[in-house]
Design a protein around this ligand. Structure first.
Ligand SMILES: [Zn+2]
Length: 117
């Protein structure tokens, strides 16, 4: 699953759950005071589910430290977006060397995903 597919899936599930929630509230006999609560639950649950599935597939939900090595050999200290190896500046370069620490971190994350499954 790539970034675009993930975002499409998340948006679709959000839209579907809002429609689903309004249908349930309109077509079932629930006490009036529960409508807001049920609508909220039905809207939030699918999104939480999708995020859980994505996370268990190894999809990063938050960023971290850039994995590139700087010219002096130390690790870049800027932050990178989720599912990317490098910060905005290192992504623009054509020849980027990953810092050994960054490679270790990526390997460990991949191994953790295998263990979870
Ligand atoms: Zn960087």
């Amino acid at each position: 699953m790539n970034d675009d597919q993930f975002q499409t899936l998340t948006r679709l599930s959000a839209v579907a759950s809002v429609y689903g929630a309004s249908w349930v509230v309109a077509n079932t006999v629930l006490p009036g005071w529960t409508h807001g609560l049920v609508a909220t639950l039905l809207a939030v649950a699918p999104v939480v589910l999708i995020l859980g599935i994505a996370s268990s597939l190894g999809f990063e939900l938050s960023g971290g430290q850039c994995r590139a090595a700087t010219t002096d050999g130390s690790r870049c200290s800027r932050s990178r977006p989720p599912n990317r190896d490098c910060c905005w500046q290192h992504r623009e370069l054509h020849d980027v060397t990953l810092h050994p620490e960054g490679i270790d971190e990526k390997t460990r994350a991949a191994e953790d995903d295998l263990v979870v499954r």
